[in-house]
Design a protein around this ligand. Structure first.
Ligand code: ADP
Ligand code: MG
Length: 703
């Protein structure tokens, strides 16, 4: 077979199936595969053999250290390196790695957010190997590091991370989906996995400019800045030709991702200037989540090699679109059947219709929770701002499925389904193409796209684990009650029809195929009783709804204590983010903007004076008017600065939690906007030579 370019690159840094077969005895390999594929428990002696093989492979690739790589609730990854070194005698050392070290690590857990789960003195935390996500090598200035994906929990067994609940939710949905599938006669199905393909948006700006802006450095977004004459209105950046400097970045990014076995697939320019997107081919949820964390890390790293800074913030620039993440989600059996694939005759595909109605019911029953799973402080700027879905959860099914749902609701069952037609574009030399049965809807937060759902609300910088945990757990919960009823029925076919009918009738209000950006929808959603949760702080309450706690406990995904801790963490995270933004604004305004503006108005005053003394008859009205205007805005800015300082000081005297977070959102955030307004207006008046930081125009267009 001919060797192609990808062979030398793809997966070369991953302890993948090929490597395992090469390094592991046949028996160990089979045992490990059984754990990875069928969820069988892993015996300690197997772990020992795997650890040895992993070390041999890592050493042959130049590694000296290993780390348990985990995802605490900061939303970013964490690692503590250990060398393989062990003393052998006075003069010698050997490199060792045991099964125990592979399976368990014990980092100090006290400094990670735990939301009250851990007191500072209760420091013990454990990392535990997730053998279903492959270990990999990271190479950089520090040398070669063996990274072992792990879950992170406390001494008392509570999850302190994003991975553990995701893994639990994957078990939950597999268990319930298998029950249903058996009833449909799929005896060969033993497990169901959720497949996830996350599309990642990002900005690339010049790093020299980035380094001149404290707001970007400290908060990831610009806190000041007025729009240049041109924004995104011409739509000329979207899918535009990729320029060379960005292309070089993308090529290197692909190479780095491919080496780690990450299936980077599509790349294109996005709507806003300097904005781009990368999407990998989908994989199993926990691997997709690990990979997405790596994608974000590697984007930042590779960007710096090209003197770019990669911005992953949801709203780096006011006035142009921000960045999100689309979470494409489906359910696939171990036999390769996609449970969300409608097949050729969806109206008659009862199994598909049952799973579809389960998803509809799950999303409707827990819509506020789902909205929360896509929330972070940055995403509050996007949701409902006509660039991303509104903060109201609804489901887009498309014409074909909508029609089937209508038939079922009218007659109890459906008898036919529309098909995709042949399309005629009126040019005979172009081969005929077939249309999909359904158009797309960019404005829907949760859209059916052929054989998967696309949850389009996620924040660009966040881990995808939370959203997929909620999806899996809520759908598992609905499937569980459906399975209970179906297993107890003596007439399966009739009961299936009843369950589908009743589920769709109860939850039809969540289905909406129209324009999600329109004002009519907001009013209509209110009439339907759908929650419109505008901010992350409001959405956080959904973690502690009784129905949320019951559902998560029933599915063994979160305990009540874990949920309470996560609510605390959310409030704290929000308050801290806004506090850092406020402090950054205060610092930039007092140390950069105000002094620069004073220099500028002084130069105007000097100019007026020298012109008046040189030529008393000369007209200095331009300078005088400008001087008046700038001085008055400067006074406004100073006043707003004092008000922000006061608001932030008050916020910091408050006890951490919900009330403090609300104060940050309502009072501090408003004070920030009041400071920004006069400074942005001044940016349009003040001589560019005097302006202390790069402008939006510089950053968005000079890359
Ligand atoms: P678009 O959003 O334009 O349709 P793609 O068709 O490329 O983009 O798909 C977006 C993402 O969805 C990709 O990551 C892709 O691998 C993923 N995807 C495709 N099919 C599935 C599926 N059955 N389950 C989960 N993700 C999927
Ligand atoms: Mg998409």
């Amino acid at each position: 077979m001919q060797k192609n370019v990808i062979d030398d690159v793809f997966g070369t840094k991953v302890f993948n199936d090929d490597v395992m077969q090469q390094y592991l005895p046949k028996k160990t390999y089979a045992q490990l595969k059984d754990t990875i594929e069928n969820g069988e428990e892993l015996a300690p002696e197997v772990a020992n053999v795997v650890a040895h093989a992993m070390k041999e492979w890592a050493l042959s690739n130049g590694a000296t250290h290993y780390t348990h790589w985990f995802q605490p609730m900061t939303g970013v990854t964490a690692e503590k390196h250990d060398s393989f070194l062990s003393p052998a005698s006075d003069a010698h050392a050997v490199l060792e790695f045991s099964g125990k070290e592979l399976i368990k690590g014990e980092p100090d857990a006290s400094s990670f957010p735990s939301g009250g789960l851990r007191a500072t003195f209760e420091a013990r935390g454990y990392t535990a190997w997730d053998c279903t996500s492959p270990a990999f090598l990271r190479e950089d200035a520090i040398g070669t590091l063996l990274c072992i994906p792990t879950a992170f929990c406390s001494y008392t067994g509570e999850a302190l991370d994003k991975k553990t609940p995701l893994l639990r939710s994957m078990e939950a949905i597999s268990k319930q989906a298998v029950r249903i599938l058996k009833l449909f006669g799929n005896e060969d199905v033993s497990s169901v996995r959720c497949s996830v393909g996350p599309e990642q948006e990002y900005f690339l700006i010049d790093r020299d400019m980035f380094l001149q802006r404290d707001d970007l450095i400290f908060t990831g977004r610009t806190l000041f800045g007025s729009m240049p004459p041109k924004g995104q209105e011409l739509d000329d950046h979207y899918f535009g030709t990729i320029r060379e400097r960005q292309a070089a970045f993308m090529k290197e990014l692909n190479d780095e991702l491919w080496k780690l076995g990450i299936l980077a697939k599509t790349q294109h320019n996005e709507v806003a200037p300097a904005q781009h997107e990368m999407a990998p081919i989908y994989s199993t949820a926990n691997i997709a989540a690990d990979h997405n964390q790596l994608v974000m890390e590697i984007m930042k790293k590779v960007a710096r090699r090209h003197n770019f800074e990669c911005l992953l913030h949801e709203k780096p620039f006011a006035g142009v679109n921000g960045s999100g993440k689309h979470d494409n989600w489906s359910l696939v059996t171990n036999t390769g059947m996609n449970l969300l694939s409608p097949g050729k005759a969806p109206y008659d595909n009862k199994q598909f219709l049952l799973f579809l109605s389960a998803v509809i019911a799950a999303v409707d029953s827990h819509s506020a929770l789902l909205r929360l799973s896509a929330s972070n402080p940055g995403n509050d700027h996007r949701l409902g701002a006509n660039e991303a879905p509104p903060a109201i959860i609804s489901i887009f099914l498309g014409e074909q499925l909508e029609d089937i749902v209508e038939q079922i609701l009218k007659d109890g069952t459906a008898t036919h389904s529309n098909k995709g037609e042949r399309m005629d574009i009126g040019v005979h030399t172009i081969p005929p193409i077939k249309k999909d049965a359904t158009d797309r809807n960019r404005t829907s937060p949760f859209a059916f796209t052929g054989n998967k759902f696309e949850f389009r609300m996620l924040a660009s910088s966040m881990s995808i684990s939370g959203a997929n945990t909620v999806l899996n757990a809520t759908v598992a919960d609905i499937l569980q009650s459906m399975a209970d009823r179906l297993e107890a029925s003596s007439d399966f076919d009739t009961t299936v029809d009843e369950v589908i009918y009743e589920t769709l009738s109860a939850h039809r209000k969540i289905i909406f195929n129209g324009d999600g950006y329109s004002d009519e929808w907001i009013a209509e959603a209110e009439r339907r009783g759908l929650p419109n949760v505008r901010t992350m702080v409001d959405a956080t309450a959904s973690l502690l709804y009784p129905q949320t706690i019951e559902m998560f406990e029933r599915q063994h995904v979160y305990t009540k204590t874990e949920l309470e801790s996560r609510a605390e963490i959310n409030y704290e995270a929000y308050s801290k983010a806004i506090n850092i933004e406020a402090k950054t604004m205060l610092e930039m305004a007092s140390k950069q903007y105000i002094p620069s503006i004073i220099r500028y108005v002084t130069s105007l005053a000097n100019s007026i004076n020298s012109i008046a003394s040189a030529c008393p008859a000369a007209d200095t009205s331009v300078q005088t008017n400008l001087l008046k205007k700038c001085s008055s805005l400067l006074a406004n800015a100073q006043e707003a600065l004092e008000a922000l300082k006061k608001a932030d000081r008050t916020a910091n005297t408050m006890e951490e939690g919900k009330v403090q977070a609300e104060f940050f959102r309502d009072t501090v955030f408003t004070a920030m906007a009041n400071l920004r307004a006069p400074i942005d207006e001044l940016e349009m008046l003040v001589d560019k030579e005097y302006w202390p930081v790069p402008s939006y125009g510089d950053m968005l267009f000079e890359v």
